[in-house]
Design a protein around this ligand. Structure first.
Ligand SMILES: Nc1nc2c(c(=O)[nH]1)N[C@H]1C(S)=C(S)[C@@H](COP(=O)(O)O)O[C@H]1N2
Ligand SMILES: [Mo]
Length: 248
């Protein structure tokens, strides 16, 4: 008896892989009651909210972080060509670098050098339907964000793999996070596992579990930069620049 030859090229592998990771990593829905942000008894080994000096850590749902062996990025939804990417595949994309501030809606901001790829590369790979003008992003810690496609196509929005010359740390979103400096920190989603193109807008974690807008554009007001001893400085709204920042 002969077996039909099995065509198992990389592309098929990636499709199968993406189906597997989808079922393994699709975040469980977290209700408002399961939010750990006010819990004072979370064991130290969890990634959790921490006011570390140079750059605070904010993670609404404490977890152990991502292991690259089982991690995959599934990009799909209303697209012609859904893809599944492994960690190594991301390094085949063109890398850009920028220094920008992340400003948490709670007030503090901190600056880092970020390196990553731009969203148009993924868009070219998957070919979204013309009506798919919205993007929904999910992560390994049951967090999720929602964007207009155009917001992610602006040049300062980066899908980041490296921070300050190192791979992202476990706390700051390893292996993949978004940095979108004109939006509050909560839109800068860490531990990304799944990106979907949709024809309607979904709500984000902090609109459902808190008082924050889906849009999340930084508003005029006051910033408390960690690299200026949290002293208050006025800001205009949009991406934050201070007098002591080098011109971008
Ligand atoms: N997956 C995930 N991404 C997330 C969060 C989170 O809880 N989970 N917190 C957000 C918030 S509120 C902020 S201010 C920034 C903080 O990024 P940092 O922990 O690297 O400082 O991450 C954002 N991205
Ligand atoms: Mo935040």
């Amino acid at each position: 008896m002969t077996f039909p030859s099995l065509k198992f090229d990389r592309r098929n592998f990636l499709k199968i892989f993406s189906l597997l990771t989808l079922s393994a990593l699709t975040p469980k829905k977290v209700g408002a009651g399961e939010d750990f942000r006010n819990d004072k008894n979370i064991p130290e080994k969890y990634i959790q909210n921490r006011d570390t000096p140079g750059f605070h850590i904010r993670s609404a749902n404490p977890f152990f972080g991502v292991d690259t062996q089982s991690w995959g990025l599934a990009v799909g939804g209303m697209v012609e060509n859904p893809v599944g990417l492994a960690y190594e595949d991301l390094f085949g994309l063109k890398m850009y670098s920028q220094v920008s501030r992340l400003k948490c809606v709670e007030c503090w901001s901190a600056k880092a050098k970020w390196e990553g790829f731009r969203f148009d590369e993924l868009v070219k790979k998957v070919r979204p339907a013309p009506s798919a003008k919205f993007v929904y992003i999910q992560s390994a810690d049951s967090y999720y964000e929602s964007f207009l496609l155009d917001e992610l196509l602006q040049p300062r929005a980066l899908f980041v793999l490296r921070m300050d010359g190192q791979p992202l740390s476990r706390e700051h979103g390893f292996p993949l996070r978004l940095i979108i400096p004109c939006k509050y920190g909560y839109k800068n989603i860490k531990y990304i596992t799944r990106i979907q193109f949709l024809d309607s807008r979904k709500r984000n974690y902090w609109a459902i579990n808190g008082p924050y807008s889906v849009d999340g554009t930084i508003q005029p007001g006051v910033d408390h930069p960690l690299d200026f001893r949290k002293k208050p400085l006025p800001i205009n709204g949009g991406e934050v620049f201070h007098f002591f920042d080098d011109p971008a």
